[in-house]
Design a protein around this ligand. Sequence first.
Ligand SMILES: [Zn+2]
Length: 133
Amino acid sequence: MFEQPIKRGLKQRCARCGQGSLFRSYLKFRDECPSCGQDFSVADTADGPAFFVGFLVMILFAPFYFILPMVSAPLVLKIVLWIILLSTMFGLALLLLPLFKAVLFNLQIRNRAEEAKWESTGSHGKPPRGWNQ
Ligand SMILES: [Zn+2]
């Protein structure tokens, strides 16, 4: 149970059983696993996958944005190279986004990550006087 969340995430499969698919569309999760019934509403990756994919793609493609303007080539060739570079960059980002989202989602489910909840254990955390909750 809950083994290999990264491997199963890369396959876009449930963290618990490894059989049911996570997504019902490109980036929309199912409500629950069709195979084992794991509730998928317990985790939310928010914009975490976009952050990691954006950073990775930026690191990979940043050198080209400095090198390409310095290349002495006809304008038409430069335009073609820019189109290839940009379409490759966007294509890679769109390809990686569901994979990163599935891995982060599976890791959240595996580690039972959830939103932090404030719980007062003493005087800290008490609301100021006159504060009505
Ligand atoms: Zn499952």
